[in-house]
Write a protein that binds this ligand. Structure first.
Ligand SMILES: Cc1cc2nc3c(=O)[nH]c(=O)nc-3n(C[C@H](O)[C@H](O)[C@H](O)COP(=O)(O)OP(=O)(O)OC[C@H]3O[C@@H](n4cnc5c(N)ncnc54)[C@H](O)[C@@H]3O)c2cc1C
Length: 414
């Protein structure tokens, strides 16, 4: 239904809309709307950007999607729209410039064919839009912006600005999926702990002389991580972490100098890097909400926690937020019930805490310019490679199974 038609209906009868409002239709908010739709729950999804596949939140990133994430996207009807552009990942190899040892995690160690898939974020955005286009119970308002929110025990009251005017509505539950600078989080008075890594990640695609054959490479260095993600064809997603103050200079390099710089950071595993497509830089900051819920409100995805992209965890974690919330809401009853929100917090805690610790340790200790740390780091890498319990645990976490995962991501492992 178009915004104008809906607006006209709402002014006649403000009681006719859904009970759940999702603020933010990025990768996580859209996934949540589809997960609710899949279990027959209606919602309103409000997104500030116009409905297009290349919404600002996705652009040039290439995503590593854990196996659990692919299962989840299948369960909510998104994967069928995305899989043509996806590339299975057989494994990942992590090493540190200047240290000895490396960590190699392969799907076959768990009797599986892939640890996950890679996908241009743009393709995932387009797949989500396609799935939303056929969702029956999602009222999708875009471009539209939530500009004010007040909650009390009875309801969450919001003002939604649309091209046709301002809608004033009441919902039983408001979900903040509105990203790192979440208005919902601020309106609820939830504090946020921030950390600036003083790094930028430059992302884009390259063509390689040799196909990566389904293996992702991540090389940690003093300036941050550098990574190559296998994409369909002989293309790869290139990620280069650089010190914040060096970012403009690296972006300004011509293609030949840029490829030489990337080659020096990554080595020759994919042969010569031949052609670089458009590049884009992201400043890297962590933000962690002090609470996940408040009266009649809950935070998911980057609004709840924005982590360093180093371990490719952000969307994977955010999707598990969304699928867990949808699973709890599927039980029916008042969606904003405080006991249910408390259950959400308890379910998400081990996964969230684990990912926050892991990414921060990798981004700081893994990249610290500190020669005295090198032997310890090498020993840690060696232990993770050769000690079976630690190795299996890392493999399981790498595939997206941590804590008590939502049912939609599970499978029977061989
Ligand atoms: C370089 C880079 C590489 C990455 N690689 C990976 C990877 O390989 N694997 C992985 O899992 N993750 C990765 N991530 C992380 C992942 O991209 C993010 O975690 C994910 O996109 C967050 O999605 P989100 O929907 O929570 O937030 P966002 O994408 O920020 O979406 C929030 C949405 O809310 C909307 N909005 C904001 N305010 C309002 C309002 N008031 N009203 C209405 N709408 C509003 C915005 O327009 C936006 O569309 C990477 C991140 C970066 C920066």
């Amino acid at each position: 239904m178009g915004v104008a038609a809906y607006h006209a209906r709402m002014s006649e009868n403000d009681g006719a809309h859904a009970q759940i409002l999702i603020v933010g239709g990025g990768l996580v908010g859209s996934s949540l709307a589809l997960a609710l739709d899949a279990v027959g729950i209606a919602c309103t999804l409000v997104e500030a950007a116009p409905q297009r596949a290349d919404a600002p939140s996705v652009e040039e990133r290439n995503l590593a999607l854990a196996r659990a994430t692919v299962n989840g996207l299948q369960a909510i009807g998104v994967w069928a729209h995305a899989q043509a552009e996806a590339q299975p990942m057989r494994g990942v190899l992590v090493s540190r410039a200047g240290d000895f040892g490396s960590l190699r995690l392969y799907a076959h160690e768990a009797g599986l064919d892939s640890i996950g898939h890679t996908l241009p974020a743009r393709a995932l955005g387009a797949a989500l839009q396609s799935a939303l286009g056929v969702a029956r119970q999602v009222e999708h308002l875009a471009p539209a912006r939530v500009r004010a929110l007040h909650v009390d025990a009875a309801a969450a009251r919001v003002e939604i600005e649309t091209a046709q005017g301002v809608l004033t509505r009441r919902y039983a539950l408001v979900v903040g999926a509105d990203g790192s600078e979440s208005l919902v989080r601020a309106a609820l008075g939830i504090g946020v702990q921030r950390h600036d890594y003083r790094q930028s990640l430059i992302v884009g695609q390259v063509r390689c002389a040799r196909a990566l054959d389904g293996v992702a490479y991540e090389r940690l260095g003093d300036d941050g991580p550098a990574a190559l993600l296998p994409l369909a064809g002989a293309r790869a997603g290139l990620v280069l972490g650089v010190a914040a103050e060096a970012c403009d200079a690296v972006l300004a390099l011509d293609d030949v100098a840029y490829l030489a710089y990337a080659q020096q950071r990554l080595g020759w595993r994919a042969g010569r890097l031949l052609h670089a497509a458009r590049r884009q830089a992201w400043p890297i900051r962590r933000s962690v909400a002090a609470a996940l819920v408040a009266t009649r409100a809950v935070l998911v995805g980057n609004a709840a926690q924005t982590v360093h992209p180093i371990g490719a965890q952000g969307f994977n974690l955010g999707l598990r937020d969304a699928l867990t919330l949808a699973e709890l809401l599927a039980a029916g009853g008042d969606p904003g019930d405080a006991a249910r929100l408390a259950a959400y917090v308890a379910r998400r805690a081990p996964d969230r805490d684990g990912v926050l610790r892991f990414t921060h340790a990798l981004a700081t200790l893994g990249c610290l310019r500190q020669p005295a740390l090198a032997p310890l780091r090498s020993l840690g890498m060696l232990a993770a490679q050769v000690l079976p319990p630690l190795h299996q645990r890392l493999l399981r976490h790498g595939m997206g199974w941590r804590g008590q995962p939502p049912r939609a991501v599970l499978e029977t492992l061989p």
